[in-house]
Design a binder for this molecule. Sequence first.
Ligand SMILES: C[S@@+](CC[C@H](N)C(=O)[O-])C[C@H]1O[C@@H](n2cnc3c(N)ncnc32)[C@H](O)[C@@H]1O
Length: 292
Amino acid sequence: MSSKNIDVTILESLNHLLSNHPHLLPAVYDMVHTQLGLPKDQLRWLTGQNRIPLVDIHQFDYDRQLGVEHDIRSKYQYDGDLAQIYANNKGCLVHKWHHYIPLYDRYFSAYRGKPIRFLEIGVSGGGSLQMWRKYFGEQAIIYGIDLNPECAKVNGIAGQVRIGSQTDTEFLASVVAEMGGVDIVLDDGSHHMDHIPVTLKALFPAVSVGGLYLIEDLHTAYWDTFGGGYRAPTNFFSNTLQDLVDDMHHWYHIDGQKLPEVSSFCPAIHVHDSIVVLEKQPLQRPSRSIIA
Ligand SMILES: C[S@@+](CC[C@H](N)C(=O)[O-])C[C@H]1O[C@@H](n2cnc3c(N)ncnc32)[C@H](O)[C@@H]1O
C-alpha cells in the first residue's frame, strides 16, 4: 500500500497516540512499516511528528537510588576520578551521557596536569567547564564558546567564555588566537549536521599535532530535527565521516581526498556511541616490505 492510500484519520489517530505515548514510537513505526508498507521516515513527515523525538529519551534514565557515579562505574567498569568529579558537580549545570565519562578519560588522561589548551563548543550552564577545570588542573587553558549571550555570565568561573557561533569561522579563529593555539576541541554545540562539518573544517587545521578533535552527541545524526536521518545523505556518519575514512585510504583508490584540510592530518578515527574522536597527526604514505 502506498502512503497515498492511507486514511488521514489513521495518521491523525497515530499522531494523537504518539503525542501522549511517545515511547510507542518505535513500535508504531515498525507496525506501519511492515503492515502498511509505508517507509518509516515518511510516517513522521506525514503525521508532523517532527515535534516528537524519534526515540523516547526516558529509556536512557539511570537508577537514581544508586546514583550517577555508581551507574558510570558499574556499567563501564570505570575506576577513574572523572566519574566522581562529574557526579559531584555543584553550582553550574552540566549535562553528559554517562558512557562519555570513561571515554573522555581514555583520550584525555595524558593531558592532565599540563598547560593544554582545551576548547569546548557549547557552554550552556557552564558545568562542563567546571568539570574540565577540576579534571585538567589549574595549568590548563580552558575556553568555551556558545551562541547564547546568557552564557557570558559563567565567563571566568572555570574558564573563559566567548559568545559567537560555531559556524562563524572568523570568530573561531579569533578565539583560537586568543588561546595561543588549541590542543583539544570538543564539539558539544548545536549538533546540527550543517554546522558540525563547518566547524571541523575551520578548527581541525588549528589543532596542534598530537592533539584531538571530538564531536559528541552524534545520535543527532539520526534525527531530522538536527538535519540528519537514518542513512540520510546529510547524516554525519554517511557524509563527513565516510569522506574522512575514504580520504584516509586515498592511497588505495583514484577518487582523491574530499576533505584534505582534515584528512591529511588524521590517521586515526575512533567511533563510539555518539562520539567520534579524530587524532591529529600527519597522514604518512604507507610503506611495505617483504622480509624473508
Ligand atoms: C548541549 S549544550 C552544551 C552542554 C555543555 N557542554 C555541557 O556539557 O553541559 C549545547 C550548547 O550549544 C549552544 N549552541 C547552539 N548552537 C550553537 C552554535 N551555532 N554555535 C555555538 N554554540 C551553539 C547552545 O546555546 C547550548 O548552550
